[in-house]
Design a protein around this ligand. Structure first.
Ligand code: NAD
Length: 512
């Protein structure tokens, strides 16, 4: 496969077992259990790895610590220059990188290219940021005094990623973390380790052009959740940024919290769209199809609940069924496919279990849900995206099933719609389609959507990197990427400076 060669990934190790530990000239095959990576496209094995061991993790941590000690002394704009070069290499290899994403995650090529574009975009954002890591100056209550805030590099940051955004999530964290002066350690999803090696290989290309930057500023450790759990326990990571299921986030959050570290959690969503009786249905329809069926329903921001006004529901569902019926399902590497495979058989079984539960809980499958075996590569789990009519409070509707199931729910007035939108435990993304200013503003107000993302006349998925990304409640509360999300990767110091000749105490205290 040329694209792997172009990224230097085919000759990494003998016997076709890839390195599990890389960074800072460290290149080692894992010394733990072996596992294969199978492409969701056709189930074929694409790579073999061995899990890294705790001793190998220790080595990575020590290298990352040494790199941090140097990196924190390098001016932020020079760290930005490294990220600018990383962005340029990512541009040069955009198609190669996208192909690795498609191979491991099954994402269609246009979406995989979009994911690499997110990486490139966040590089541009981080380069600008490298000259804008500023604090405030604050007036002091004491004469001859001044106060100011500074933001300092934090240390080692672990990035634990999910299979469905194997490069973008790493890039949101790592490009920002690097300009902040942190040493970044990636523990990728065990389903997408080649993507992690591809990311590291791009960073290494940029590092080769800048010998003044230490080599160990990024590293990769490939392993299962046990390595992830060891990272969460280790005090040498002041920040653990973890993306994945709520169950994973609960475990990581509790472990990091128990040692009073910081965690940045980006967990599951159960995203809803309200479609009002005033909505532009043509616009809504396009947004629904992309948000609900795109990436085969495997985005954290995938639209899972469609809350429709009772007066337009029948019409909308009929149009939706027609649209779903013409969706090209198939090989994600072939131009024209819009719905690729599920990640694996387990994911297919979970989808079928959810559909059965929906039926048991009074729901009716209006469209799809079944496996597609014709016109698709053998060995992959391709499904027809499902539309299910069901009560808003059915138990299955309140869970995130990571597959393309769209639950259609009914409401009569906007207050009820917002209540339904907010009644689930997750709080990532939400949207309203309406032409009513009053409804739109109410939806975005303090009494509106309780999610981290609340859109008007846009679907739930496909966020831009310029905003802070993340969600509330069981989604974990973390924010990544744009806006002021960089502050999570730094430590704040408040400095008070006395330039006078007296020593007045704060609050007017006299101590003599
Ligand atoms: P997952 O939870 O199975 O795995 C995610 C990562 O966590 C993997 O690297 C895994 O090895 C690691 N892990 C699992 N258990 C762990 C533990 N106890 N301690 C430490 N590490 C552990 O998730 P997945 O199936 O890869 O991804 C799908 C999930 O990710 C969905 O719930 C989706 O909504 C969520 N997701 C959220 C966002 C977001 O930004 N909010 C983005 C992408 C995916």
């Amino acid at each position: 496969m040329n694209f792997l060669d172009n990224l230097g990934l085919t000759s990494l190790s003998s016997e076709n077992v890839y390195y599990s530990v890389i960074g800072n000239n460290l290149r080692e095959t894992g010394k733990g259990d072996a596992f294969s990576v199978n492409s969701p496209i056709n189930g074929m094995e694409v790579a073999r790895f061995r899990n890294a061991t705790p001793a190998q993790l220790e080595e990575v941590i020590q290298n990352a610590e040494a790199a941090f000690k140097q990196l924190r002394t390098i001016p932020a704009p020079l760290r930005g220059e490294l990220v600018r070069r990383i962005g340029n290499f990512a541009r040069e290899h955009k198609e190669d990188l996208a192909k690795v994403i498609t191979l491991e995650s099954g994402k269609i090529m246009p979406e995989a290219l979009g994911e690499v574009q997110e990486w490139i975009d966040v590089c541009d954002f981080a380069v600008g940021l490298s000259r804008q890591l500023h604090g405030k100056t604050i007036v002091s209550e004491r004469p001859g005094h001044r106060m100011m805030e500074q933001w300092q590099p934090l240390g080692l940051v672990a990035v634990i990623t999910a299979f469905n955004f194997p490069m973008a999530v790493w890039a949101w964290n790592t490009m920002i973390g690097l300009v902040c002066g942190d040493s970044m350690v990636l523990k990728p999803s065990e389903k997408a380790p080649l993507c992690a090696l591809a990311c590291q290989s791009i960073v290494e290309k940029a590092l080769e052009t800048m010998p003044e930057i230490p080599k160990g500023v990024t590293s990769v450790i490939i392993g299962d959740r046990e390595i992830g759990a060891l990272i969460a326990q280790d005090k040498r990571f002041p920040l653990v940024s973890a993306t994945g299921s709520t169950a994973m986030g609960r475990s990581v959050g509790e472990t990091v919290g128990a040692r009073l570290g910081r965690s940045l959690l980006e967990l599951g969503g159960n995203n809803a769209m309200i479609v009002s009786e005033t909505a532009d249905l043509d616009l809504a329809l396009r947004a629904i199809v992309f948000s609900a069926a795109g990436t085969a329903g495997q985005r954290c921001t995938t639209l899972r609940r469609l809350i429709t006004h009772k007066s337009i529901q029948d019409d909308l569902v009929e149009r939706l069924k027609k649209s779903y019926a013409s969706l090209p399902i198939g090989d994600p590497t072939v131009a024209g496919s819009l719905v690729g495979p599920l990640i694996d058989q387990r994911s297919f079984d979970t989808m079928q279990n959810a559909l059965n539960a929906a039926k048991e809980q009074g729901g009716e499958i209006l469209f799809g849900g079944e496996r597609v075996t014709e016109g698709v590569p053998d060995g992959g789990y391709y499904v027809r995206p499902a539309i299910v009519s069901i009560a808003h409070d059915a138990q299955v509707v309140h869970q995130e099933t990571f597959a393309p199931i769209l639950y259609v729910l009914t409401y009569s007035n906007i207050e009820e719609a917002i209540e339904i939108q907010n009644e689930v435990p997750q709080g990532l993304s939400s949207a309203i389609f309406t032409e009513s200013m009053r409804e739109a503003e109410t939806f975005m107000s303090a009494t509106g959507s309780d999610c981290g993302i609340a859109n008007v006349n846009i679907g739930t998925s496909g966020a831009e990197i310029g905003g802070a990304f993340g969600g509330e409640k069981e989604t974990g509360g973390g924010r990544e990427s744009g806006s002021d999300a960089w502050k999570a990767y730094m430590r704040r110091t408040t400095n008070t400076i006395n330039y006078g000749g007296e020593l007045p105490l704060a609050q007017g205290i006299v101590f003599e």
